[in-house]
Design a protein around this ligand. Structure first.
Ligand code: CA
Length: 223
């Protein structure tokens, strides 16, 4: 699950990124409203956090850009404003939720999980394929009741594949949802993570779950 944070207060942005990464989200940040708007349109984020007051473009304007482009991902706004009419403006503009600064990080994470739980994306349920079971909230994966120890990235990769079972996933799609933009798209990061994941979940099992689709990418399937 990949999140964009548009926030000009460096301290808040860095703190949030750190916290969300510790919850296994891939996170991009920018301090600039125009850049944030462009990033939101170019990349396929699962959720966007917008600050309201930014030097160049405010959060509502960025939200309008995103919604006008037909993008439906949940948007959470951070704001120092607390007036009722302002909250109504936010919700009318297509903001899904907002938090008034200063906010509690724990509450923010709970709100993010609640937003991601709305269909069609869902974060808290148990994900299952064949005899493999994954609990995204507790970061536990088992196959045939044996626990499998995955690195954070392997876990994020498996979670993304589990949420898209039977779907051909290109390298670009995997890159979009599992890594932030600091990863070189031409590196062999994805291949090496798939290789390791395969070793951990498929080795010694008759039914293979990860399949390579030559020239197209990968699919998680219990065929
Ligand atoms: Ca601000």
């Amino acid at each position: 699950m990949r999140i964009l944070i548009v926030e000009d207060e460096q301290k808040i942005a860095i703190g949030l990124k750190k916290t969300l990464e510790s919850e296994l989200f891939a996170v991009d940040t920018t301090q600039n409203g125009n850049v944030g708007s462009q990033m939101a349109l170019i990349n396929d984020y699962d959720l966007i956090i917008l600050d309201y007051r930014l030097p160049d473009k405010n959060g509502l304007e960025i939200c309008a850009d995103i919604r006008n482009a037909g993008k439906q991902m949940p948007i959470l706004m951070l704001s120092v404003e607390g007036h009722h009419h302002f909250k109504a403006d936010m919700l009318n503009a297509g903001i899904d939720d907002y938090m008034t600064k200063p906010f509690s990080t724990q509450e923010l994470i709970a709100r993010i999980r609640a937003l991601l739980r709305r269909p069609p994306i869902s974060v808290d349920e148990i994900l299952i394929i064949n005899d493999l079971v994954c609990d995204p909230k507790k970061y536990i994966v088992t196959r045939s009741d044996n626990e499998i120890y995955l690195t954070r990235k392997e876990f994020s990769l498996l979670e993304y594949m589990l949420r898209n079972q039977g779907v051909a996933l290109s390298r670009a799609m995997i890159m979009e949802h599992v890594w932030n933009e600091q990863v070189n798209a031409f590196s062999n990061t994805i291949e090496s993570h798939i290789l390791n994941l395969r070793k951990k979940i498929d080795k010694n099992h008759k039914t293979k779950l990860i399949h390579t689709l030559p020239g197209r990418g990968y699919v998680l399937d219990a065929r």
